[in-house]
Design a binder for this molecule. Structure first.
Ligand code: SF4
Length: 355
């Protein structure tokens, strides 16, 4: 057996995907947690005394995030009040099961848990939405509604921050996708470690520089309970192709993930580029880059039996909304894919387009 390269005297049992170091379990835990601590402190992520809602899906990322934040909060005395916030999309056989894992996290980590459902917020479950719109565009509804549902939950809980489980792989994929799509607005903000939701509660990404493979390794060696089944409505989406490309590149050089993130961080968008400004939706009052937010447009379509309203870049959708609802929608409808950055859903194989 090789000795641990941290020179602790123990035998190594793993090779870190991120650095190639061969480490014992204890030194891996320490390196993994130290890097997250460094990410948090270097970005001045949290003000002491704040309340942080952790967007919890029961998956590996949010489970590890909750576990590590609790540990670091105690070890370094961040003075944070941590709570779990989950969204129940109403997906039978998927979210109902994963929420049981979140409840287990609540008990294990002794954090309060709030669950908000699409049914209560919007009057529709994802099962009902899929029955109305089919499986092609279902993730557009799910991602848009989830993003707003988390904002609503954070406001209801009166938290100071919303922490999401985005990891380094997610962010590198998003940089690639936004370049391929020419989506400057998202390219500009997708590498930000702290983003503005438009509702006054910053979203933060403590796992921004943490490799997905190491998250799985950490959860495995810490014996954490997490849910790993893929959503039954997961599509074969664009993000899946970006993920395959990234995984292929990672096999040749694991540093590619960090390189892409650092490239994204270094890019600056030309002053002349037109970028949407965050405002409040005239209907629901939540953060939006349009006069009427995407959630309200989609909901109006569902309620009026016009479920395709607001999907894709369609001037027809705008005209229909203006004719049916009497509201003026500025600009085009937002490209529906990649709208969710909440990491609340499955995404085991990266097929969900709303990560
Ligand atoms: Fe929602 Fe993700 Fe399932 Fe799509 S794959 S329906 S975004 S949970």
């Amino acid at each position: 057996m090789k000795p641990c390269t941290a020179k602790c005297g123990r035998s190594a049992i793993l090779k870190r995907p991120k650095t190639g170091d061969t480490l014992c379990k204890e030194c891996f835990f320490q390196a993994f947690e130290n890097e997250i601590h460094f990410t948090i402190t270097r970005s001045n992520m949290f003000t002491p005394g704040s309340t942080v809602a952790i967007a919890a899906s029961g998956g590996k990322d949010s489970t590890v995030l909750a576990y590590v934040l609790k540990k670091l909060n105690t070890k370094y005395n961040y003075k944070l009040n941590l709570v779990l916030l989950s969204i129940d999309e109403g997906i039978t056989g998927y979210r109902d099961d994963s929420l049981e894992t979140v409840k287990q996290n609540r008990d294990d980590y002794e954090m309060p848990l709030k669950i908000l459902s699409y049914k209560d917020l919007y009057g529709w479950t994802m099962d009902e939405i899929v029955a109305a719109v089919g499986k092609k565009n279902n993730c557009t509804f799910c991602g848009v509604f989830r993003r707003q549902a988390l904002d609503r939950g954070a406001i209801q809980l009166a938290v100071n921050y919303l922490a999401t489980g985005h990891n380094a792989d997610d962010i590198a994929e998003t940089v690639l996708m936004n370049i391929l799509r020419g989506d400057l607005a998202r390219l500009k903000r997708c590498t930000s470690i702290i983003t503005d939701s438009g509702d006054g509660i910053p979203r933060v990404k403590p796992l921004k520089y943490t490799y997905e493979k190491e998250i799985v390794m950490y959860a495995y060696f810490q014996k954490l309970v997490y849910f790993s089944t893929e959503c039954i409505f997961a599509p074969n989406a664009y993000r899946g192709h970006a993920r395959v490309l990234l995984k292929d590149l990672e096999k040749m050089d694991p540093a590619v993930i960090m390189n892409i993130i650092q490239s994204g961080e270094s890019l600056s968008v030309a002053e002349t580029a037109s970028l949407p400004k965050l405002t409040k939706c005239e209907r629901c009052g939540y953060g939006s880059s349009q006069n009427i937010c995407k959630a309200c447009v989609l909901l109006e379509g569902l309620n009026r039996g016009l479920p395709r309203l607001g999907i894709g870049k369609s001037s027809r959708a705008k005209k229909m909304l203006e004719a049916n609802v009497g509201v003026k929608v500025d600009g085009d409808t937002v490209n529906s894919a990649n709208t969710c950055d909440t990491r609340q859903c499955c995404s085991k194989n990266g097929s969900c387009q709303n990560k």
